[in-house]
Write a protein that binds this ligand. Structure first.
Ligand SMILES: [Mn+2]
Length: 346
């Protein structure tokens, strides 16, 4: 038997937030940038997830960008952190109001591709080869607004342009079925992987799976992860939780459905996720009622939940599971899992 995985954890600086939501302003002070980066190790995290403009503003000239990036890299090195992934934030600029790569406007599409390439250059500067595309506004509010068939081709063209631009990066598509657009193109992990296989380099095309995004698509996150793992395409995750079909909630991992969280840890652990350097990424949001002093608790709690569930996964007697599977005694198998989750003797 191979040695157990020592998991490494990551999150993005946006996970320490001021608590604004679409219905109200900020409720906590902004935590100073260097203080956020300092929090990582204190909380037991090893790696940072960045949007391009989490490092330096997107409109700086290249020289200023290099200076800003070097400063951030210095802080990261000082803290003993590495950059796990970088993603271009292609959903806030006025030019991406109707989508980035799938906008009907050629000038806007060019802006999106140029910015995405610049993000790959930033990744190189901070020593990161993992590039994430969350296609936030690639979709429509009304179906007649765009030619969907053309839109898919444009996404592949942009993906290819990035693979061409940097021969070392690998690109992970992050699927989400809705929000901010009503209907998103590539709404599921399966869609995203199918697009990856259509690119010029499928070996550098994979996925990042967020728990809540699978749930919003009505799918089981553990099965989505298993599907991507079977294809050797699961290169990062955003673990969190989600209470039904609502807005994207980014709740603490395991806080809604303990067994569902257990199933995700089970799948990751059994497949050896993390053994090739993959991180356990968390994408969680503090409650709006949380105070500034407690504004990293949801991260610590999510990590704790993962590790406690990992202990439980590792404590389940595999031989017993195999026997119950072989005998098709699923009632007993279910009770074995439930008892284990409740800390009861079987
Ligand atoms: Mn989310």
């Amino acid at each position: 038997m191979s040695s157990p995985t020592t998991y490494r954890f990551s999150f993005g600086p946006w996970n320490i937030s001021t608590g604004a939501d679409p219905f109200g302003p900020t409720v906590r002070n902004e935590m100073e940038y260097a203080r956020k980066l300092k929090a990582y190790k204190e909380l037991g995290f090893d790696a940072v997830q960045f949007h391009d403009d989490d490092i330096v503003p997107a409109d700086l000239d290249w020289q200023a960008t290099l200076r800003g990036t070097a400063e951030v890299k210095k802080i990261l090195d000082g803290e003993g952190l590495f950059v796990e992934i970088i993603a271009p934030r292609l959903w806030e600029d006025p030019r991406t109001v109707d989508g980035a790569f799938t906008s009907n406007n050629p000038a806007d599409r060019k802006y999106a591709i140029d910015r995405a390439k610049r993000c790959a250059d930033l990744a190189r500067e901070v020593g990161c080869k993992n590039y994430v595309l969350w296609l936030a506004r690639e979709g429509t509010y009304i179906r007649e607004a765009k030619c969907a068939k053309t839109a898919h081709a444009r996404i592949v063209d942009a993906w290819n342009a990035l693979l061409e631009h940097d021969k070392e990066i690998r690109i992970m598509g992050e699927a989400k079925p809705n929000e901010p657009v009503d209907h998103a193109y590539l709404p599921t992990v399966g869609h995203m992987m199918a697009i990856g296989y259509k690119t010029i380099d499928p070996s550098r095309s994979g996925v990042l799976i967020e728990t809540a995004h699978s749930l919003l698509a009505g799918l089981d996150p553990a099965d989505d992860m298993a599907f991507a793992l079977f294809h050797d395409k699961l290169w990062s995750v955003h673990l969190n939780d989600q209470n039904g079909l609502k807005y994207d909630q980014d709740k603490v991992f395991g806080s809604v459905d303990l067994r569902r969280a257990f199933n995700q840890v089970w799948v990751l652990e059994k497949a050896g996720y993390g053994k090739n350097g993959e991180c356990v990424g968390l994408d969680v949001k503090a409650m709006r009622t949380t105070t500034f002093e407690d504004s990293t608790l949801h991260l610590a709690n999510s990590r704790t939940m993962f590790l406690r569930l990992l202990d439980i996964v590792r404590s389940v007697d595999e031989k017993q599971v195999e026997e119950l599977r072989a005998a098709r005694k699923y009632e007993q198998l279910e009770m074995l899992i439930l008892n284990t989750l409740m800390g009861k003797k079987n």
